[in-house]
Ligand binder design. Sequence first.
Ligand code: GLN
Length: 489
Amino acid sequence: MLHRLTITGLAGRLASGEVSATDALEACLAQVDRVDGEVKAFLSMDREDARRQAREADVELAAGRGGGTRPLLGVPIALKDVLCHRGQPVGCASRILEGYVSPYDATVVARLKAAGAVLFGRLNMDEFAMGSSTENSAYWTTLNPWDTARIPGGSSGGCAAAVAANEAFATIGSDTGGSIRQPAALCGCVGLKPTYGRVSRHGLVAFASSLDQIGPFTKTVGDAALVMEAISGHDPLDSTSLDEPVPRYREALGGASLKGVKLGVVKEFQLGGMDPEVDAAFRAAVRHLEGLGAAVREVSLPHSEHAAATYYIIAPAEASANLARFDGVRYGRRMEGVDAFELNSKTRGAGFGPEVKRRVILGTYVLSSGYYDAYYLRAQKVRALIRGDFERAFGEVDAIVTPTTPTPAFKVGEKASDPLQMYLSDIFTISCNLAGNCGMSVPCGFTRSPRLPVGMQLLGRPLGEAELFRIAHAYEQTTAWHREVAPLG
Ligand code: GLN
C-alpha cells in the first residue's frame, strides 16, 4: 500500500528509514504495471534512469541529508510531456516531436532534482496542451481511473490520472486555460495553477506564453504546498518570472477555523446547464466553508461571459507564433521536400494533428492585417476588463469559490467531434489565466451513479497562494473526499 501514501506520509517513512527511495519507486512501478494498461497515463518511462536516481537518493537518505532544502528526497514524481528533462524525450504528445530528446532541464525539473525528487515517466496530454480530454493526443486517450469509459480531463489528463491511480506521488503539469484544475477536478485530486510568473516557464514548451503556468497535481493540499515551495521562485531565464520571495507555504496550513475569511461566489457563474449533482456538491461545499467560519457573499465578474471567446482568440494567436518554430529544420521530425517551403509544409502537415492545425489557422487569422484590430486587439481590451473584474472582487473578498467544471468527467468520444462543446468545459477555469491570478481545485464530492469526483475551485489574488492553501487545507481537514481511492487507485 506504499503507493497510496501522500508525499508527507512517505517523507516521514523515508526519513526514519522504514522504507527506502527504491521501495517507493518500485511501489509506483508495480502500480503502473498493474493499472496503466487500462489508464494509459504514461507515454514512456525510463526505469533504469529512475532506479539510478532512487539508489542515489538512498545513499543521501542514509547519510541523513533529507529534510530542510531537500524535502522531496526520494519521492517519485512524474512529468507532463511538455517539460524538458535532460536526456529524456519531450514530445508534447505530438508526432512532430517524435524522437526529440531534451538537451537541458526545465527550471522546475532542475528545482525538483535539487529538492531530491526521483523523476520518472512522461505523461500523456492533449497535443501541445490544446484540449480538455487527452483525446487530442497523437498517441492515445488516457482514461479516468474512476471510470475507464470516461476521459480524465485535459490537457494534463495523464498527470491527473497518474495521481488518482496512485502511480506517482505527485505530477507536474501546465495550465493555460484550466489544464491543471479541470483534470484535477475530474480525477479527484488537488491541482494548483500558480500566479502567472510564480513558477518559471523556462523549459516548458510554450503554448500561449502570456497564459501558461506550471503547477502540481497531488493527493492533498499539504503535498501541493510542499511541491510549490520546491518549484516556485525567481528565475533569470524566464523574463516573466516574478522576483518575489517564496513564502513557506506549509506554514500557511493552519487549523480548521476560517473565521475572518471572506469568500465570494460568482453571480455570473450560476448557470443553467450545470450538472445538478455537481451544482449540489458545490453548494454543500460552500455551506461547509461557512460552517468553518468563512463569510460568504456574492461577487460579480461581469465580463466573465466573454472569457471563453477572449481566450480562444488570444491563446491561438500566441500558439500560432510559438508553434512556428516546428519547421522541420530545428526540432524532431522532418519530411523531405524539394525546397524549404515544401519541407516546411509537408512536415507541419504530417506532424500536427487536427486541433493544433485548427488553432494555428485561427491564430494566424486573428493576427492577420485587417483582422488584427477587430479580433486580437479587441480581445486584449476584454482581457483588461476581465482582470479589472477580479481586482474589484478581490477588494471585497479574500478568495472566490466556484465549481471547477460544469459537469463531471464525460464519456470518451462524447465531445470529440464538437470543438465548441469541448471549449465550454473550461468555462470556470479560463478567466483566471486571462487575469493572471492563482487558482486551485480540490475534491468536494461525488456524483452518485456513476460515482465520479467533483472539484471545487478556489481563486486567489495574484501571489495569494498561501491564502488558498489555508482555505483549502481547512476544508480538507474537515472533509473526507480526498481519502477516497479510485477503483484503479
Ligand atoms: N482546454 C483549453 C484549451 O484547449 C486549455 C488548455 C490548457 O490549459 N493547456 O486550450
